[in-house]
Design a binder for this molecule. Structure first.
Ligand code: PAF
Length: 289
């Protein structure tokens, strides 16, 4: 596995194989890898094939963190990450430092105008601008045929798909299913920062989603379902509920009435300083024949 610290090094590492026409599949990450990331690497290998190249990037992107957020305390362990990627059969890792990505004189940003400003975009202003900009840069540096992102970051995936479509980027975007701990908690690099008591309380997100999914076939309206989910979360005293939304799963448009199309329940909950998200796509009730 090649470890490349600069744009030049990764371009050189991939250039020859690209000319041979082998598929290149990128998995962008911010490191501190867990089983969820490793399942994305496997998905990338399925797309790339045995002869293709799977490339992971590890970069804690400062532009997607707002003032007072957890950029400095974001967990990092590069040596462990490299060992995990090597064991997973990843071909190359791009792990630059901040100066290796951002030129201080840069003047260009990438932003999806609508999607970036709703839901998590409202809670974390500027977050999706940082994500879209760094993902564009990673695509331009690595020039992958396809890229894999986790479905846990549902809105991020929607932003990236929209950006790729709008800007004709020609990169196939593949979503990977959320990996979960045995008690249902969605895997996240941030989970290690939960105190023992918060870790014990955090599966309330998955529980609230399970309950909502079980209620959906009853014909309940989106706004009543949302109230149930919120009540379940608020019954957990350690959970600070930041947002509960039910949106059209394809467009992320608001829904309040009966569920007539697939919908997504989007949760954002803080435990102390740790911000967690989770989601579940639910199907509308089946029409009786
Ligand atoms: O999902 C993440 O880890 C990050 O937002 C990403 C896509 C690597 C961009 O920094």
């Amino acid at each position: 596995m090649q470890i490349c610290r600069s744009k030049t090094a990764i371009r050189e590492a991939l250039g020859g194989r690209r000319c041979e026409g082998v598929p290149i599949v990128l998995v962008p990450t911010m490191g501190f890898l867990h089983d969820g990331h490793l399942s994305l690497m496997r998905l990338a290998r399925t797309r790339a094939g045995a002869d293709g190249l799977v490339v992971a990037s590890i970069f804690v992107n400062p532009t997607q963190f707002g003032p007072g957020e957890d950029l400095d305390s974001y967990p990092r362990d590069e040596d462990r990450d490299f060992a995990l990627l090597q064991a997973e059969g990843v071909d190359a890792v791009f792990a630059p430092d901040v100066a290796g990505i951002y030129d201080p004189a840069a003047q260009t940003i990438v932003e999806t105008t609508g999607l970036a400003h709703v839901l998590i975009g409202k809670l974390r202003p500027g977050h999706f601008r940082g994500v879209a900009t760094v993902v564009t840069k990673l695509f331009n540096i690595i020039r992958p045929d396809a890229a894999v992102f986790g479905e846990k970051d549902y809105q991020q995936l929607a932003v990236i798909r929209t950006m790729v479509r709008d800007l004709d980027m020609g990169v196939e975007i593949i979503g990977g299913a959320t990996a979960r701990e045995a008690d249902g908690l969605a895997m996240s690099s941030r989970n290690v920062r939960l105190s023992a008591a918060d870790r014990a309380a955090a599966p309330v997100l998955a529980r609230a989603l399970d309950q909502a999914e079980a209620m959906a076939p009853s014909g309940i309206t989106a706004s009543r379902l949302r109230s149930h989910v919120r009540a379940t979360l608020e019954a957990e005293p350690r959970a600070h509920v930041r947002s509960v939304d039910i949106r059209d799963a394809a467009t992320l448009d608001t829904i309040s009435g009966p569920l007539t199309r697939p919908a997504v329940i989007l949760l954002a909950v803080s435990f102390g300083q740790v911000f967690l998200i989770d989601n579940r796509v639910i199907q509308p009730p089946q029409e009786k024949p």
